[in-house]
Write a protein that binds this ligand. Sequence first.
Ligand code: MN3
Length: 239
Amino acid sequence: MGRQALIHQMTMKRREFVGNTARTAAGIAAATLVSESAFATPAFRFSQISLPYAYGALEPYIDATTMDIHFNRHHTAYIKNANDALDAEKISAADETEFFTNIGKYSAKARNNGGGVWNHNFFWQVMKPAGGAPQGKLVDALAGTFGSLEKFKELFTAAGMARFGSGWAWLVKDEGKLKIGSTANQDNPLMPGLDIKGTPLLALDVWEHAYYLKYQNKRVDYISAWWNVVNWDHVAKNL
Ligand code: MN3
């Protein structure tokens, strides 16, 4: 049976059920129902946010060439590969949260690229030119948990430095408590079974592709410069 015939048949059934009242409206509603349930693709797709600033906006701390390559090559590749994995594995998760909750069921390709999409979309938003300093409740929470803002930065930097190879440093809120940790590759705290879990508040990409052009092997210099472009307003919003 063709699509139009099917819609017609379902519409007719719906009309019988509804009866003779509001016939036209019911017909339209039934047709809408059929087209959404029978013909639309159920799975979500990964997509890339627009970079919230120009490539050179975070200079001199993060150079324009690194931002351009990072956004247009690395991040874009994760999106294509993640969506390819959704198709190939017929992943039917309704959204990213469900996808990460079930990550153990999927391939390494889905995990690495899905994580890569999410982590970078998050990362772009926790940076801005002239980030300033955390204010109000956020600085109170950081100082209350870690001793002081400076101590928090020290511990977060240490987490980024201690991550061997490629990965991320995170500040999360887990059952009301702030925690610092790191993940390997493109894993993130939304994936179950890792040392760090919770709602991400702040993330730092410590893959070499994030800093090598400007800082070469000096990851610690990259991290120390990066504090100048942290978007504390966005971190506070995540809290
Ligand atoms: Mn990266």
